[in-house]
Design a protein around this ligand. Structure first.
Ligand code: PEP
Ligand code: MG
Length: 589
């Protein structure tokens, strides 16, 4: 039995068998060839390198033409790697000495190269690891053909382990019998983690080298509550985990009883609980758990889960379906938040040096106006069917907001000219996810109908900590006094301008934080649907005065560890027993 500790990102427990998802790295078994085949293997290698070089030359030329010389450089680096003697010769040497296949020799050499880059102190070199895998994949494709997505081979229930997962790879789990997943890389608020919560499957990330140690079909337990994965569990461990699963099911039944009661404190202060969703159909999940509406529809997932930009018609159908399923409740549609870790195939071709600081979200929309206009048209048309609101992500300059609103008005004029109906008074808001927007919240608030604080990004940009990098997760925390100060300032700015302020980062789904946020004055929280019953139970068990006192004290600390331990202590006193699930206990110390 071996236990691996990681970061719990989606609650629940699953017991099953391992399935290694290896679309990043194709595993080639070691195969020895006969003496007289060695030259043939070397010739195969030569052919593969030549074919790969031809492809790269073409790609580089196309990229230079379409996107400029800067983006062609990436292929230049790949070409250099292939022509480098220090890369080629060890492969030939291994074929000669060990009499192995060309593909196995390629795999071994590139694995060594990737490890070498990964261990370099200079981060510029560390980022080359993905390039190394890319060139390896290209060569292997020429040697052994197209690599099928390994998920195609998944033919029964399994717990998927992988080095990393992009949100679109995780999306491919839909319809498969994936009971849980664990990745070597990743952080709590990475989009893949968010996606796991939407799929309602337990997930743990930051497991370091687990996917290399584990083998297909190994027995495994994944504990998404405590952030643990146990390989080859013994019978006693399996038995106690079966007990936890039964307890969890009993708690879920108790929470289900709350779905029809309002979310208000004991002294009657109403708090709206909204759901964050990635797909239109999830709107009914929000209603099932007694949610007050959809506080955030991450529309970019429409694109991330398909191979093309969704057409205006496809979007119109999805937004209409969502607003109809919401049965008259508010639905906040966020315009495409593409870029950074949420990239499409097309965007993968134009890597950026600092993608989280690059052309993402509203910036990407404003540079791709046809796409942006198509989305706004679809949203406006859907506004005819219910209570829709439009929200712009990652606004950092007033100019961006004004430009986005100008385009929206332009699209409205087009629709009017075409005689197409829409809600002309559709509320327009923005996310507050970067410090500049939080610090200037009063100015922004004057120009929008509502603000929604996105702490997943606000934390990373305030603390300069990548939300997806497991190596710095110890520094990523919403309990940092600087983050709390910004959140407080935004709430205050909204109140002064009489604008609704909500919070839709993952922080809103943590029970202890919810008391703090209500105490700071928030009356709308938006979280993963499965968290809403927990939040409702907690909020219904306290008075507003208790929350306000808690918020005052928490705001007086100057370190995040004081804040987390205080919140934990208070939660023990105020919160009903055995609420289960994630809590600030699991936040980095
Ligand atoms: C956020 O940044 O807090 C947020 C809700 O947006 P996303 O997680 O989609 O980046
Ligand atoms: Mg965000």
């Amino acid at each position: 039995m071996e236990t691996f500790k990681g970061i719990p990102v989606s609650p629940g427990i699953a017991i099953g068998r391992v399935f290694i998802f290896d679309d990043f790295r194709q595993r080639v078994p070691r195969r020895v060839v006969a003496d007289n085949q060695v030259e043939h293997e070397k010739a195969r290698l030569g052919g593969a390198i030549e074919a790969a070089e031809g492809e790269l030359a073409k790609l580089s030329e196309e990229a230079a033409e379409r996107l400029g010389p800067e983006s062609a450089k990436i292929f230049g680096f790949h070409q250099q790697m292939l022509s480098d003697r220090t890369v080629r010769e060890p492969i030939l040497h291994r074929i000669d000495q060990e009499q192995v296949t060309a593909e196995f020799a390629v795999q071994e050499q590139f694995r060594w190269l990737a490890d070498m880059f990964a261990q370099m102190d200079d981060s510029t070199f560390r980022t080359k690891v993905d390039d190394v895998w890319d060139v390896e994949r290209r060569l292997l494709r020429h040697l052994i053909g197209e690599h099928q997505s390994s998920l195609d081979k998944l033919d029964g229930p399994a717990i998927v382990l992988s080095r990393d997962l992009t949100p679109s790879q995780a999306a491919a789990f839909q319809g498969k019998e994936v009971k849980g997943f664990g990745t070597d890389l990743g952080g709590l608020t990475s989009h893949t983690a968010i996606f796991a919560r939407a799929l309602r499957i337990p997930a743990v990330v930051g497991l370091e080298r687990l996917s290399e140690v584990a083998e297909d079909r190994d027995p495994v337990i994944i504990d998404g509550d405590r952030g643990v994965v146990i390989l080859h569990p013994d019978d006693e461990t399996k038995e106690s985990y079966r007990g936890y699963i039964a307890q969890g099911e009993a708690l879920a039944l108790t929470l289900a009883e709350l779905s029809d009661v309002a979310c208000e404190t004991r002294d009657g202060v109403r708090v709206k609980l909204m759901g964050n969703i990635e797909f239109a159909d999830e709107a009914s999940d929000v209603l099932d758990v007694g949610g007050d509406g959809i506080g955030l529809f991450r529309t970019e997932f429409l694109w991330l889960t398909s191979d093309h930009e969704p057409s205006e018609e496809e979007q119109y159908e999805a937004y209409t379906r969502c607003v109809e399923l919401a049965e008259g409740r508010d639905v906040v549609l966020r315009t495409f938040d593409l870029g950074a870790d949420k990239y499409t195939q097309e965007r993968a071709m134009t890597p950026e040096r600092n993608p989280f600081l690059g052309c993402r979200s509203i910036r990407y929309c404003l540079q791709n106006l046809d796409m942006f206009r198509r989305q706004l048209r679809a949203m406006l048309r859907a506004s005819n069917h219910g209570k829709l609101k439009i929200m712009f992500p990652l606004v950092s300059h007033l100019m961006e907001l004004r430009q986005a609103k100008m385009i929206l008005h332009d699209v409205m004029e087009d629709l009017t000219d075409e005689g197409i109906e829409f809600d002309p008074r559709i509320p327009v808001g923005m996310m507050v996810e970067v410090p500049s927007a939080a610090m200037m919240a009063s100015s922004f608030a004057k120009e929008v109908d509502f603000l929604s604080i996105g702490t997943n990004d606000l934390v990373q940009y305030t603390l300069a900590v990548d939300r997806t990098n497991e190596r710095v997760q110890g520094l990523y925390t919403a309990a940092h006094p600087a983050v709390l100060k910004l959140v407080k300032d935004v709430i205050r700015a909204g109140r002064r301008q009489s604008r609704e302020v909500s919070l839709c980062g993952e922080m809103a789904g943590e029970v202890e934080y919810s008391l703090l946020l209500v105490g700071l004055g928030l009356r709308t929280l938006s979280a993963t649907p499965s968290r809403l019953p927990y939040l409702k139970r907690v909020i219904r068990s306290v008075d507003i005065g208790q929350c306000e006192r808690l918020a005052r004290t928490a705001s007086s600390f100057d370190s995040h560890s004081q804040v987390t331990s205080y919140l934990r202590d208070q939660a023990r006193k105020l919160i009903p027993d055995s609420l289960g699930g994630r809590s600030v206990d699991d936040a980095p110390a």
